[in-house]
Design a protein around this ligand. Structure first.
Ligand SMILES: Cc1cc2nc3c(=O)[nH]c(=O)nc-3n(C[C@H](O)[C@H](O)[C@H](O)COP(=O)(O)OP(=O)(O)OC[C@H]3O[C@@H](n4cnc5c(N)ncnc54)[C@H](O)[C@@H]3O)c2cc1C
Length: 399
């Protein structure tokens, strides 16, 4: 009898960890496990803002997939998913087709532009190694042009749309990087503008007020301008137009204002909310007993707060553990477990040696929060590949 086929789409947190867990949960004669990913590497999405600002090289952020999974136990296919044929148990890739008995969808997210005119065409977004390399190069080149092209202010104006987690972490890195760029390209620091624009009444909506105040004071002191309560109406080749009619000319616009589930999920005909599937408690797709969804493609409800959990790496990783066990249970006729996120805390970096966060009920600021962030990052690497992975890719200098 042929072995059941388990197909995992996406090699981010949810996908690669599902592969690692299935590799551990199942013997190689029990199932044929295949993971498909666009690239031959896994990247830590949570570090991409550092690569985009140029404060961390992208090679630190990515890990070759054959360094994570045992290629004798799990097949790796480097290809791009084009279509999920849910009723035929088939997935169309750019270069081939694959069939499955069990499917794990972990394709991550797309930027949510909220219909803002010109945003998709004219703004960068922080979403992959390719996209952040482009942002870093673009900022560098804009600074290089400044003294050659008539000292145009817009060349050294950076607009960051969205002051949620990603936006704040990115401007924190820019606050570190810009002084270096100014030295390199002979530009007075005070000429450079980094403007973080947020439609909500505060930055980091939903975060503890005291922590938010710390973040704002810290970042303003390091030269970040905040415009809150200020929706962006339009984004064009010259900059952004705000809802109040004001225009900010900027050669670099980076949108961090929100994400939605990968478009392929919606296009497959699954019911979604902002591209995310409201999964059953055992992380299965409603109506499809053999399809699981992990990470940013999955929507789960925080019943205490009566709203969806924000999509995070923390949740994607935990879901992979449940999916590993549930696929095994499904294959063996066992009972499937419910997924319950165990939110250990949230820490947002503000740049080198600076962060804010809450772990349990404890608020953390500055260097302590920053060290905690690195512990969290290193813990993930440990789960992925043990001590050798931490030594190879970890952030070992905590302070
Ligand atoms: C700058 C930034 C900072 C963040 N910081 C934090 C943090 O501190 N803590 C936290 O918990 N969360 C954080 N997040 C959120 C977190 O990164 C996401 O929630 C997490 O990456 C979701 O995991 P995922 O597996 O769903 O998707 P991803 O990790 O994005 O992985 C998706 C994978 O699918 C692949 N893929 C996509 N489309 C295709 C296709 N068509 N074919 C083949 N492969 C495809 C991609 O290449 C990628 O490898 C941050 C996000 C950003 C952008």
């Amino acid at each position: 009898m042929s072995k059941p086929k388990i197909l995992i789409l996406g090699g981010g947190y949810g996908g690669i960890m599902s592969a690692v867990r299935l590799q551990k949960e199942l013997g190689s004669d029990e199932a044929e496990v295949t993971i498909v990913n666009k690239h031959n590497y896994h990247y830590q999405t949570t570090w991409l803002h550092e690569n985009a600002a140029g404060t961390l090289h992208h090679d630190k952020t990515r890990i070759m997939i054959d360094n994570i999974i045992d290629m004798n136990k799990v097949n790796f296919v480097q290809d791009t998913v084009v279509e999920i044929k849910k009723d035929e148990k088939r997935v169309i890739l750019e270069n081939q087709e694959l069939t499955y008995d069990y499917l794990v969808i972990a394709l991550g997210s797309d930027p949510e532009t909220f219909g803002i005119q010109g945003l998709k065409e004219n703004a960068f977004s922080i979403r992959s190694i390719n996209s952040v390399r482009k942002i870093r190069e673009h900022i560098d080149y804009s600074f290089a042009r400044y003294n050659n092209e008539g000292h145009k202010d817009e060349l050294i104006t950076i607009v960051v749309g969205g002051a949620g987690f990603t936006g704040i972490e990115f401007v924190g890195e820019l606050a570190d990087r810009v002084p270096e760029l100014c030295r390199e390209y002979d530009i007075p620091r005070e000429k450079v503008r980094i403007v973080n624009i947020e439609a909500a009444p505060t930055v980091l909506p939903g975060f503890d007020e005291e922590l938010v105040e710390y973040a704002i004071n810290n970042l303003e002191r390091r030269g970040i301008e905040f415009l809150v309560n200020t929706p962006i109406k339009e984004c064009n080749t010259d900059g952004v137009v705000l809802a109040n009619g004001e225009e900010i000319k900027a050669n670099t616009i980076v949108w961090t204002g929100g994400v939605r589930g990968n478009h392929l999920v919606e296009e497959a005909g699954f019911e979604t909310m902002r591209g995310r599937v409201k999964v059953d408690k055992d992380l299965r797709m409603p109506g499809f007993d053999y399809i699981f969804v992990a990470g940013d493609c999955a929507l789960i409800i925080d019943e205490e707060a009566n709203r969806p959990y924000p999509p995070t790496a923390q949740i994607a990783i935990q879901q992979a553990y449940t999916i590993g066990r549930n696929i095994k249970a499904l294959m063996n006729g066992g009972k499937l477990e419910e997924f319950k996120p165990d939110i250990k805390g949230t820490v947002a970096s503000l740049g080198k040696g600076e962060a804010i966060g809450k772990v349990g009920n404890k608020k953390l600021f500055g260097a302590t929060a920053s060290a905690m962030k690195k512990v969290i990052d290193n813990r993930y690497l440990f789960l992925l590949g043990g001590v050798p992975m931490v030594i190879k890719k970890g952030k070992l200098k905590l302070f």
